[in-house]
Design a protein around this ligand. Structure first.
Ligand code: HEM
Length: 114
């Protein structure tokens, strides 16, 4: 598989995560099943794409710091569905935080600052 394929997979998964986070942040039960499935599938696809990219770029262990930071962000997105359900009073800051995390993840991938 090519680098372009894994990048496409990675971004495809991330777009699905962001779509689902937007929906789950609304609370309520309508569409929750679809959104939860999209959230899980997006996490899985973005993970496969991300590690495929690491392999194709030959970024081996020990990984640079930006890779660890991106993995931490991936876990934060994984926790977001539960956080929206458990902490509805924090819906707005969490929602804006998800956008902020996306920007940080993109910055880390493009600039690789550490
Ligand atoms: C397991 C976690 C992750 C790993 C291992 C990973 C790894 C990577 C790698 C290796 C690249 C390619 C960098 C390059 O082209 O030089 C990349 C690109 C990218 N990643 Fe991730 N990533 C992860 C999670 C995330 C998350 C959670 C987001 C956003 C929410 C994200 C957003 C992006 C974006 C926007 C790009 C495209 C940058 C470009 O156009 O070059 N990544 N990622």
């Amino acid at each position: 598989m090519t680098i372009e394929f894994y990048l496409w997979l990675h971004l495809g998964g991330i777009s699905l995560i962001l779509l689902s986070v937007g929906g789950l942040a609304q609370g309520g039960d309508s569409g929750r099943k679809l959104l939860s499935a999209a959230h899980g599938i997006g996490l899985l696809i973005s993970l496969v794409g991300g590690f495929g990219l690491l392999a194709r770029y030959q970024i081996m262990w020990p990984w640079p710091g930006w890779v660890f930071a991106k993995i931490a962000i991936w876990f934060a997105f994984g926790a977001s569905a539960t956080l929206f359900r458990r902490l509805p009073q924090l819906m707005r800051p969490l929602w804006w935080g998800a956008w902020g995390l996306f920007l940080v993840a993109a910055y880390l991938a493009i600039q690789k600052p550490f």
